[in-house]
Write a protein that binds this ligand. Sequence first.
Ligand code: ADP
Length: 619
Amino acid sequence: MKKIITKLRAVFNSINTKLAIVFMLMLLATIEIIGAYFTRQLDQTSIENFQTSIQVPTIVTNQLANQLVRDTKNADARLGQIVSDYNNSSVSDFIVVDNKDIIREVSNLNDKDRIGQRINDADVKQVTSTGRQVTRVMQDRGGNFMIQITPLTSGSGSGTTVGAIYVKASMQSVFSDLRNTSISFLVASLVAAVMGAVLSLVISRAITRPIEEMQFQALHITDGDYSNQVRIYSNDELGQLGRAFNTLAVRIELSQEESESERRRLDSVLSHMTDGVLATDRHGNVTVVNQMALRFFNVQEGEIMGRPIAEVMAQKETSSPDLIASQRDIDITVNENTPDEMILRATFSLIKRVTGFVSGSVCVLHDITEQTKNENSQRQFVSNVSHELRTPLTSMSAYIDALIEGAWKDPKIAPKFLEVTQEETNRMIRMINDLLSLSRMDRGVSKMSLELVNLNDFLAHVLDRFDMIVKSDAKKGNKKKYQLKRDLGTQALWVEIDTDKMMQVIDNIVNNAIKYSPDGGLITVRLVQNQNRVVLSISDQGLGIPRKDLDKIFDRFYRVDKARSRAQGGTGLGLAIAKEIIAAHQGRLWADSREGKGSTFFISLPYEPMTEEADWDEV
Ligand code: ADP
């Protein structure tokens, strides 16, 4: 039942039905108005025509008036003759009265006894007294009748009223004609109404069909389906509307595609950005987040969406709206105390509408970990350099002061003091030179002059120099006893190196091995070829390096024992320079050590074994 009611409601709610009903009602109203007017006119005309049809001709009235004026027996017979001669099928009663309202003649044979009697009719009395005709329609058991009372005047109608004619005519035929016409009209109206209803349904269907199709198409468009087109039935307003609708659909599809590709482009820009991006609503709750930001915070998208940005950035002292409104940059540390620790700089900017209304904010997260580290190491470096220079300068100043104050006169102390001053000066010059070569390497202006050398021959040459030093030390009676052992192999290993720089590296490592082996010992230089690399190792049996310092000894100015290094004339820059030089050869420098037992320094360099053909090519 409910279903039927809903269906009916839907039918009555449709424009189609409404149009049909309105059209039909209008048609009915028009037919009714026209019908009412037409029947009224027809009624009037029919009655008037009937009235005219029963009107007694003037010739008859004149004859009757003449006979009444004569008032003789012969006249009465004449009256009877005229009345019986008068022949009108519609007239049922024809009564002639004189001006005293006495019935003088009747047409109906059954009423002949009324002759001579006074007529009992107020209208007849009125006509005989006023001389004006009276016509009325009346109804009795026999049906509808028209009564027409015409005055009879003497002297061709201009004289005095001598009597009246009372005519009674049945209107049955008139009314039955009228009824028939009305019935025909009603049937015609009904047929017209039905035809009108059908026609209006067809017309309204023709109007609503394109509208329905447009509605259907609009629903498809809302679902993102632009494949259909509205059918054009005609070139009228609806056809034009349909065409405009199709154009609109194409435009919407184009702009939808455009905005979709724009969105995709933005998405890909956002997801490929190396900076993290967060967008918030005006309350500071996260609405958009890109891949990099998720990686920075080490979270999934679902965990961050909708959360207040201050909470995401662990800013406890401030609320999200204040944070975005302040628009100042803040540095935050994420994944603190983990290997992934990072320092991020968050830059906020507000999203404003044309009206100035703030609708949200965008926060860009830039990874400044490396930058911060560099800045810190830069600061550290400047402080280290100042410190390294101040120490020798302070000691030199003290010695020079002592000399000025008179020590120069003492032949035993003065040369010693001057010797120390000279040593410190030389150390400072070495340090400045080291710093300059580091700076050149940092700036990338230190050019490498690579040449293909047999590493075995090259090492033999470098180590020969150390053998000479060892021998001369022994001759000088140096107590420290150390030996250089070579384990180089016989195979020729051709590598491309900058010989001067590589010599500087090996000198530094071997010198360190000597420096940090106070009790002497064996210094072993070994060369091993391993697939596409050659590894040179230099081991000593000296002090060794604590495990915690193993990586740091390659940092600038880092020394395990500052006093010892300084006493040995070290600058703390040798290994840092060595590391840079080896890196420039695409190699690697590292150390292994056991404290108190000795250290080994490894240099690994890329090596391409030469094929026989290549050897021949060389020749
Ligand atoms: P320095 O001029 O101080 O020798 P380096 O950069 O050459 O500077 O070396 C850095 C530090 O590494 C040294 O101060 C020393 O503490 C440590 N070191 C280097 N080589 C050795 C070694 N063979 N044995 C023990 N410690 C060493």
